[in-house]
Design a protein around this ligand. Sequence first.
Ligand SMILES: [Mn+2]
Length: 378
Amino acid sequence: MKFLHTADWHIGKIVNEFSMLEDQIHVLHQLVDKIKELEVDALIMAGDLYDRAIPPKEAVVLATELFNRLIKEAGIPVLVIAGNHDSNERLEYGSELLASSDLFIEGTVKESVRKVTIKGVNFYLLPFADHVTIRHVLENEEIRDLQDAVREQVKTIINEMDTDEVNVLIAHGYVVNGGKDSLEESESERPLSIGTAEYVDVDVFEAFDYVALGHLHKAQKVKYDKVRYSGSPLKYSKSEVNHKKQHLLVDLEKDRLRVDFIETEPLRNMKTMRGHFKDIMQGESDDYVFFELEDTHYVMDAMNQLRRRYPYAMGLEYVAQKETEQAGTIDKQRAIEKKNMVELFEEFYSEYKDTPLDDERRAVVNGIWEDVQKEEDI
Ligand SMILES: [Mn+2]
């Protein structure tokens, strides 16, 4: 079985006021062209098909075109799950009927995880949902966070799974090796939950032969070769400029895994440019550019001037100023750390009252401070 693992298409995404649609049309149609040349048995889209719960109509048109081409022209089944950016219910529209046309879209969480078998390989489709929703669906009050929830969902799969067969899980979220530090994140991934742990330990997925993950925009594996993020097909934030975007071609049999990387050419690259304004204005580019100006003084109307030579200028930062500001803050912080409480109070008093602290008052403050310290010692 050979399948293509992709994720995080985020169709309809807007980055710093630039619509990515043209770029997505370019790169995703190119991907379908490549798939037609490769011998592939299925395509996986592991969540965040769209960027928003209600995608713009152009985004829906593109998704439809791509699915049509994959199924009718390339002749392969397509497996899609909802990510945290998708609307679970909307994504699932017509899903039961589409399944008979080889388009498998799993949007909402159900009591049992949907299984699709293609050429003898079982694919389990686990759409993204928060732990409260999963707790409700599974009627399990012991579920306290996302890790509990996903563990319970995986249990229901494993109970019915034949481990002699090849089993693939498709999921969306943070899967970690020990802690979240094991992952390389990007700015364009939205947090999954506020207040509770949002990550799932990789060992929850031990029983599967391959785990096709979505959510992180940088391609990476998690602890094992068989647990992978494909990453997004395009750079979607400044933090992604150094990523190498790719799609994973997975060749899988029982106890044998080979992963190859399929590359597509973007319409425009996304990059950062650092330097002085006057030097940068000597060049030009049709890429998406984030500028890091080293000038110490603000340049009048800089962005508009830059856009004459860089029509896709995305952002502008004065790095030299930022660095001096940061250095200034650090110096101040260090100076504060060196002072004792009475000195700090003296500063506060003179700033607030606009007059220095006299000896009599200093004695009072000293006395209070000594009492406080005594109490703390007890
Ligand atoms: Mn996501």
